[in-house]
Design a protein around this ligand. Structure first.
Ligand SMILES: [Zn+2]
Length: 341
C-alpha cells in the first residue's frame, strides 16, 4: 500500500481546511477542493493560502506516487487457466488499486484485463472493434476469475460473486462475452501508481477545454504523445469517467466534496483500429446527461443516464449509467452492503 500519510504539519493544515478526522479525507477530496478553489471567480486571501497549501500537499502525493511508479505487466497478473482454441479462455486475474482509487479497483482499469484475455482467443486478422456493453455490478475489492467466450454463459449474479460482465464484438462479426467471478479471500493487494497513463494525457477539464450548454457537455481531446492502442478500451472508459466526474458536480457545492460517483456501465463504445481516429487534432468528446430520466437505485444512489460521442463515433453515440451518491453516510452504507461477504 502506498503511504501518503500526511506529516503532522499537514494534518494540522488539512484539519483546518476540512475539519474533522483527517484519516477519512481522500486524495480525491483534496483534489476536488483544490479544483473548486481554482475554478472560483474570486478568492479571499485565506482561500488563496488554502489553495497554495493544498497544491503543495498534492505535489507531495504526486512525488510519492511517481517514486513508486510501477509499470503494469498484465501477463504477470493474468494467469491463464484454460484456453479452448479461439472459442473461450479463462484466467485468474490479479487486479490493482491506485492512489486515486485506494479502496476499490477502478472500473475502467478492469478493461485492461478483459482486452488482454480477449486477445488470447482472437483469430488471425481479427481485432476488437467495439465494447457492446459492460456492467460493473459492485465495487471491486477482491481478485477474480475472468472468463471470455463466444458462447454466453449463464450469468453470475451479484449474490454469486459477479463483479462485472459484458460483450465485445470483433471485425469478423464475432461476439465475445466476458464475465468475472470474485475470488473470495483473495483481496486486491497490488497498488500501481499509474495504471492508465493515457487518459490524463488526452483529457482536460479546465475552463479552456471544457464547455457546457445545459445538459450538453463538450471536452477538447488532445492528441496523445504515446501509443495508446494497447490500452484504448480502458482509456476511453476512463475518459468517460473523468468527464462525468466533472459534469455531475458543476456547482462546486459542499455536496460535491461529500459525493461518490461510480460508473455503472457503458454501452456501444466503438473501438477504431488506430488511436489517431479517436484523437484527431481538434477532436472533441460530447456528453449528454439526461437528468429527466434519472432514477433512484436499490442502493439509494441516484442513477443518471448519459450518452457520449467520441470523434470516431460519427453515427452512433455510446450510452451509460452513472451512480451518484450525494451523502457521505449513504455512500458508507452502500459500500458496507456491497462488501458484506
Ligand atoms: Zn485544459
Amino acid at each position: 500500500m502506498i503511504d501518503i500519510t500526511p506529516t503532522p504539519e499537514e494534518v494540522t493544515l488539512l484539519k483546518g481546511i476540512f475539519g474533522g478526522e483527517v484519516e477519512y479525507i481522500s486524495v480525491g477530496q483534496i483534489q476536488n477542493k483544490a479544483e473548486s478553489l481554482e475554478n472560483a471567480v474570486s478568492l479571499s486571501q485565506s482561500e488563496r493560502e488554502t489553495l497554495q497549501r493544498l497544491r503543495m500537499f498534492l505535489q507531495r502525493v504526486d512525488a510519492v506516487a511517481s517514486n513508486l511508479f510501477q509499470v503494469l505487466n498484465p501477463s504477470e497478473d493474468l494467469r491463464i487457466l484454460e484456453i479452448s482454441g479461439h472459442n473461450s479462455a479463462r484466467a485468474e486475474v490479479g487486479f490493482f488499486r491506485t492512489p486515486w482509487s485506494p479502496n476499490f479497483v477502478h472500473g475502467p482499469d478492469t478493461m485492461i484485463f478483459v482486452t488482454k484475455l480477449a486477445e488470447k482467443i482472437l483469430k488471425p486478422g481479427e481485432s476488437i472493434c467495439a465494447l457492446e456493453r459492460v456492467t460493473w455490478k459492485k465495487p471491486i475489492a477482491n481478485n477474480a476469475i475472468l472468463t471470455i467466450s463466444e458462447i454466453e454463459s449463464s450469468p453470475f449474479s451479484v449474490e454469486n460473486g459477479c463483479l462485472f460482465d459484458g460483450t465485445l464484438s470483433t471485425n469478423l462479426g464475432r461476439k465475445l462475452h466476458f464475465t468475472s467471478k470474485e475470488r473470495q479471500g483473495s483481496t486486491v493487494q497490488k497498488v500501481v501508481a499509474n495504471s492508465n497513463p493515457y487518459a490524463k494525457q488526452v483529457f482536460c477539464s479546465c475552463p479552456d477545454c471544457y464547455k457546457s450548454y445545459g445538459d450538453v457537455h463538450i471536452f477538447d481531446l488532445k492528441p496523445p504523445t504515446a501509443d495508446t492502442q494497447p490500452y484504448l478500451l480502458s482509456t476511453l472508459c476512463e475518459i468517460v469517467t473523468l468527464a462525468l466526474s466533472k459534469i455531475c458536480h458543476p456547482d462546486m457545492s459542499k455536496e460535491r466534496l461529500d459525493s461518490m460517483r461510480l460508473l455503472g456501465g457503458i454501452k456501444n463504445l466503438e473501438l477504431p483500429s488506430s488511436a489517431e481516429a479517436v484523437f484527431p487534432p481538434g477532436g472533441k468528446l460530447h456528453v449528454l446527461i439526461k437528468p429527466v430520466e434519472k432514477k433512484t437505485g436499490k442502493s439509494g444512489m441516484t442513477l443518471m443516464p448519459f450518452e457520449f460521442r467520441f470523434p470516431h463515433q460519427d453515427q452512433n453515440s455510446g450510452s451509460g449509467i452513472m451512480a451518484i451518491s450525494y451523502k457521505q453516510d449513504m455512500t458508507e452504507e452502500y459500500l458496507r452492503k456491497c462488501l458484506k461477504p
